[in-house]
Ligand binder design. Structure first.
Ligand code: FE2
Length: 227
């Protein structure tokens, strides 16, 4: 198994995984400013980057996907609803993505955004901003839906084995990894007894008290080209 976790000073987390035989690699949720880290790792490990995979179109940080795509020829993969012209491949729930012999399974987990996906790989799941360590993603975006987020986490992610490792897209409380069992037992937003309605109200309150809207969203929609 070839696997690396990258973290930016802004606490965005991205990942590189690769098939040790074919040397094909994928990067998940690359953040702008960290391009050289991914490219250096690809070079040092003698890999060939074939996919740049997004869990969703990010509002909180600029994606490096267009730059990596241009530099390496890797195909940019997003949810089927993402209508951005630099996307090469659309996926949706149940689809499979092969990185050489390594299999990524797509799990639709809408809520934080309508285009949010999680990706299952071996004993782990990449959850983007849907499920974080001890928290759930914000519901600030215009297409956010706290009820759907509740359903995605409870019905899809919590249905995975407790031992499944959770690799989120953002650092929370200095944590960069969790497990499904740990989140079922101790997620601050999703105590075992909380109802869908109570959860939605909690997320609404969090959204009201969170900071101003970030600038990454419109730029990502333009593949980071200037206005
Ligand atoms: Fe996000």
């Amino acid at each position: 198994m070839i696997f690396r976790q990258f973290c930016t000073p802004d606490r965005d987390i991205s990942y590189l995984l690769a098939d040790p035989v074919s040397r094909y690699a994928a990067v998940l949720d690359p953040a702008i400013g960290a391009e050289s880290d991914y490219l250096e790792t690809v070079r040092r490990l003698d890999l060939r980057l074939i996919y740049v995979v997004e869990t969703h179109l990010h509002e909180s940080h600029l994606s490096a996907a267009p730059a990596l795509r241009a530099e390496t020829g890797a195909r940019l993969v997003t949810h089927s609803s993402v209508d951005v012209d630099c996307v090469d491949m659309h996926v949706d729930d149940g689809d499979r993505l092969y990185v050489g012999e390594e299999l990524l399974s797509v799990v639709a987990t809408p809520g934080h955004s309508s285009c949010s996906l999680s990706y299952l790989w071996r004993d782990r799941v990449f959850t983007g901003h849907t499920l974080l360590a001890g928290e759930t993603g914000s519901c600030r975006r215009s297409d956010a839906d706290a009820g759907r987020l509740f359903d995605s986490v409870r019905e899809r992610l919590f249905a995975l084995p407790d031992e499944t490792l959770v690799y989120p897209g953002r650092v929370t409380d200095r944590r960069r990894i969790s497990s499904i069992g740990q989140e079922k037992a101790a997620n601050n937003d999703l105590q075992p007894q909380i109802s869908r309605e109570q959860f939605a109200k909690r997320k609404q309150l969090q959204a009201m008290h969170s900071g101003p809207w970030q600038a990454g969203w419109p730029a990502n929609q333009r593949c980071n080209r200037p206005d």
